[in-house]
Ligand binder design. Sequence first.
Ligand SMILES: NC(=O)c1ccc[n+]([C@@H]2O[C@H](COP(=O)([O-])OP(=O)(O)OC[C@H]3O[C@@H](n4cnc5c(N)ncnc54)[C@H](OP(=O)(O)O)[C@@H]3O)[C@@H](O)[C@H]2O)c1
Length: 334
Amino acid sequence: MKISKLAIVILLCNSYTSSKNKHLKVNLKCLSQATNEYFSNMKILLTGSNGFLGQHLTQFLGDKGYEVLAVSRGAQRIPVGKFLYQSVDLTHKQSVKQAFDTFKPELVIHAAAMSKPDECHLDQAACLLHNVTATEHLVECAARTAARFLYVSTDFIFGENGPHPETAIPNPLNFYGKSKWMAEEIVRASGLNYHIIRPVFIYGKYWEGMRPSFIQWVDQNLSAGKPIKVVADQLRTPSYVQDLCKGIELVFSGPINTEYHLAGKDIISPFEMALTVARVRNLDTNLITAVTADSFPELVQRAKFSGLKIDKAVQELGYAPVDFETGVRWSFDL
Ligand SMILES: NC(=O)c1ccc[n+]([C@@H]2O[C@H](COP(=O)([O-])OP(=O)(O)OC[C@H]3O[C@@H](n4cnc5c(N)ncnc54)[C@H](OP(=O)(O)O)[C@@H]3O)[C@@H](O)[C@H]2O)c1
């Protein structure tokens, strides 16, 4: 039943594109639009729903008509949206199995993680449990129900010499990056139909119950007249969270067994990001001092020139992120 519907969708797209004599990219976009309609009631189990990305993504997918089971460890913290919620510790296999048996997802989006590199360094056993063992449990359950699997990875699987394309050789510089790469390998070897996406330095709108992102930290300090020191010799390609949500939908509506970088289009240092926040929010840029990464006693090594190239997602999926300043304005409803 589902296959024949999808076949009709593909047929419609082919006749549309051949009659208009358009390029394959248009064909893929058309297929993506059509599969969006087809998939609009797809059952999605989303892990990490209480996190910064997870809260935005739960609302985004619910608004799009997907049937979402939002899963996190603690009590539900998402203020509004159309979704079901279940508190599940992903390190407990039996609880994960029970969530799958009840909800029977068609797609799993795995965004839960122990996501702070310093914490991962300090408690490596916990990091392995939350980032690797939890992924093993989810993959095992997804295999039993033949669900597709979308894993949210990170630019931290790569080392220096960014921005990196999808074909770059992983070389994590810290334990967090290693654990995320290990989880990627589990997903790739699972035999599941999978997607791997990699965002960078996620930022966006904040609401209560959420972990603030970097731009809120800058805003809060400058608004209180407090000076801040920000690293100027590291480069990143920050992902605006709404672009990321749209990109994730494009990815799971597209070809399987693929990897895509869903970053922003600007290559920018945290210092430049802070200046942009100050300008957009009309705050005093003189409170921001540029420092070098060496002057910060950091627990873990981070790449100086990191960031990810997004050409593949742009060309193959029509991914179209905004520039950093626009993302900041929209994050503050400006
Ligand atoms: N933030 C970034 O800049 C960034 C950049 C690149 C990639 N990523 C990746 O993107 C994903 C989302 O990042 P984020 O910043 O939104 O994460 P986050 O705010 O730290 O949230 C992670 C969520 O995972 C949940 N979680 C952790 N361990 C769990 C477990 N054992 N069982 C159930 N739930 C568990 C937590 O739920 P509770 O709150 O209920 O405990 C938490 O809400 C992560 O996979 C991260 O590695 C993030």
